[in-house]
Design a protein around this ligand. Sequence first.
Ligand code: DAT
Length: 177
Amino acid sequence: MRSSPNVIITGTPGVGKTVHCEQLAQDTGLKHLSVNQIAKERDCFEEFDEERKSWVVDEDKLLDAIEDEVLQGGYLIDWHACDLFPKSWIDLVVVIRCPETSILYDRLSSRGYHEEKLQENLDAEIFGVLSEEAREAFDEEIVVELNSEKDGDVDSNCARIAEWLENWKKQHAEDAE
Ligand code: DAT
């Protein structure tokens, strides 16, 4: 049994997953596992998707590459998909949202996304694709949605997640007695 929980931080590109993970890693000591970075470092990419202009991750390779670490507990898994991770690995799924799409539009266009990719991501956010994926793949009670639009949201969201972590640890310690 892990003594520290594993948390998925997911959401449409640009919603704020990285900023949340970085702040949470600082505040809580959980380790930031950026799937994008790990997939690059550990050669888990399958092919280049010309249409999307992005690399496709080989999910089996990725899971094999991170399993030993993640099962120790204490990871913040940062990725724009969540249904590939086994349920037994995960204690909390946080879906970061940006319902005000003009904000998301500005963030993605400043990244230089081309029009098609930009629109695809905005649609995904409008339709709540990641939120639905999370609720289908995990028990509803471990899925939470938090908005990240304005200054101050990151602090308050991280404070909420940190509080949840403390409760998880307390509960876990009691169960272990
Ligand atoms: P992701 O990792 O989901 O792709 P990110 O963490 O890189 O997203 O954030 C994208 C940009 O948006 C980045 O410049 C930080 C900014 N951002 C995110 N949430 C914010 C908030 N609540 N207030 C101000 N800026 C925010």
